[in-house]
Design a protein around this ligand. Structure first.
Ligand code: SF4
Length: 305
């Protein structure tokens, strides 16, 4: 393989699709955006780490651990990962810290109460790099889990919720975006991930021709309910999984055409934020770089008027 190629991650492609200038600040200049919420990032690291540890432990286990042994290991793993990734000082109060810990712990327990057992027992890759090449486009990304199924392989990406993930209701927006009829960069992150990981999984040793490759976004904390009681607040957590392999299959040509445009724009260093109106409308004032962005500030003070 030619190692001089430039590999881009689906996340960076998605930033470029959302706004080329945002990509420039983020990836070319490494400008630090204001701290979002360390709290949610760390919670994500904790549950990702706990699932990875548990799947690795099951894969390396000499025998076949029972359901209860897997659950017990997962409970220890989330305790360990929570302690190593989170910092009480990032939280407003002890109660908030305890609540988030309860959410993460309950989410991991709920996962290994059901789907997680099968995923752990059939996991073939945990937190591995996948690469894919298509024409002159070279992508890579770090995958959370690859599971062997009856039909082939299932690539899993763990999220807190499924908010912003392409769905049966929004998948037609891929074609609308591609045809220039509307601007739907908000769903492209999940679409780019699906393309990269499905094609990347086909390049692994686990893939055999003819296998089905599914891609699943697994919203581990999709629904969180607080239940006040005499002994304080307890939480219940429900996961939600969404398979998007069929969306990738249905829109493969349009997806790769959008990816190619973004990839070429990155390599050619084209960072003008176009289409301007649509980008500004989509960010709704949410862009972290707004306070320093020349394009935005210029338009705001009406330099052209
Ligand atoms: S403020 Fe607008 S133009 Fe500037 S980086 Fe953010 S989204 Fe792009």
């Amino acid at each position: 393989m030619n190692e001089t190629v430039t590999r881009v991650s689906p996340s960076r492609l998605a930033t470029y699709a959302a706004c080329p200038r945002q990509y420039e600040y983020d990836s070319e200049w490494s400008v630090e955006a204001p701290e979002e919420s360390r709290r949610y990032l760390d919670r994500g690291l904790a549950y990702h780490g706990a699932i990875e540890d548990t799947c690795t432990w099951v894969a390396d286990h000499s025998g076949s651990p029972t359901d209860e042994e897997i659950r017990a290991y997962a409970a220890e793993a989330i305790d360990r990962q929570w302690t190593s990734h989170t910092d009480r000082s990032e939280y407003a109060s002890d109660a908030q810290y305890a609540y988030d810990r309860e959410v993460a712990t309950t989410g991991v327990a709920a996962y290994f109460a059901e789907d997680g057992l099968e995923h752990a027992r059939n996991s073939v890759t945990q937190e591995g790099w996948l690469t894919c090449n298509r024409g002159d486009v070279h992508l890579h990304g770090r995958v959370d889990n690859i599971v062997r199924t009856d039909d082939g392989l299932q690539v899993i990406d763990y999220k807190g919720s499924l908010s912003g993930i392409v769905s049966g209701r929004t998948h037609d927006r891929i074609e609308e975006h591609h045809d220039g009829e509307a601007y739907h960069a908000d769903i492209l992150r999940s679409v780019f991930q699906a393309a990269t990981y499905i094609e990347g999984a086909k390049r692994t040793d686990h893939y055999e021709p003819g296998m089905d490759v599914e891609f699943t976004f697994y919203g581990l904390l999709h629904s969180v309910d607080r239940n006040p009681g005499r002994d304080g607040i307890t939480v219940t957590v429900e996961a939600n999984a969404r398979n998007v392999g069929w969306i990738y299959d249905a829109h493969e040509d349009a997806i790769w055409s959008i990816i190619e445009d973004c990839y070429d724009g990155i390599l050619d260093r084209e960072f003008a934020p176009e289409p301007w109106d649509e980008i500004q409308e989509q960010t709704y004032g949410d862009c972290s770089y707004q306070g320093m962005c020349g394009d935005y500030l210029g338009a705001e003070v009406g330099l052209d008027d």
